[in-house]
Design a binder for this molecule. Sequence first.
Ligand SMILES: [Cu+2]
Length: 105
Amino acid sequence: MRHPASMSFVLLLVSAATAIAKDVTVKVGHDAFTPGTVTIGTGDTVTFSNTQEMPGGHTIVSDDGSFSSPPLGKNASWSHPFERPGTYKVHVKEHPGTVGEVIVK
Ligand SMILES: [Cu+2]
């Protein structure tokens, strides 16, 4: 390793950023969000990743209409940061019975 000091500095920055904001992945399919409930901290991000083929894609929407993803094709993902504490119910627009929940502490 030619530059051990600068490497350590980069690693320090990476771990500091990790401590500030997490990014949690939720898989989205026709029938389920996996996991169905995630608990995160204020300022953390949830990345919704569509794992299943769906004509027109899968669209993640909040039940209260405050946010919506674009339609996601298979293996596409969309990230949303949660800046305020609360419980956010989401569903798949194309499958209103497919529901999930994000709890922001
Ligand atoms: Cu579907």
